[in-house]
Design a protein around this ligand. Sequence first.
Ligand code: URA
Length: 197
Amino acid sequence: LTLQSDSADRAVRLAALDQRTQGCTSCRLSQSRTQIVFGAGNPETDLVFVGEGPGRDEDLKGEPFVGRAGQLLDKIIAAMGRRRSDVYICNVVKCRPPENRTPLPDESAACNPFLAEQLAILAPRAIVALGKCAAQVLLATDEPISRMRGRFFAYRDVPVMPTYHPAYLLRNPAAKRPVWEDMQKVMQLLSGSSSNG
Ligand code: URA
């Protein structure tokens, strides 16, 4: 198998998974969504950001992180010397929770097979868990985000860096500094030599 066919395979497999999410009625969020927000970005990326769930703007557009928090995430990605188009962005739940509330445990559990397969296909070298919900779901823990951020954990052998959610940064600009420190650790990890290209 060549590297090229391997990466083409990722795009095809992600598109197939996206297709399989369409029409999902596994949880109550399916009743209030406008559309499923599967995820977006480069299927061959080394870096994946996982948020909580689509908000109003995302639900209308069908793309993750396109509202105010998304604009701040774009700045974080740019500060890392990357572009949105060369990373991949998705959420714990693919449908908008009413009033942007945090997904309930049964909702994140219902969506988890999609997230798990998405991350297995992407097989990134690092995952950034944006906020408490993503960190707690990926790492199956109740630890507060303030205690987890800044250190790498593992999700199926992939290093996970929990950090504060961009929406939290909008309300607490002082938390931008620790997030930048966290992202520098991710950049350092990714600058190391890769074992699988
Ligand atoms: N917040 C999230 O967690 N995800 C989005 O896609 C948008 C806002």
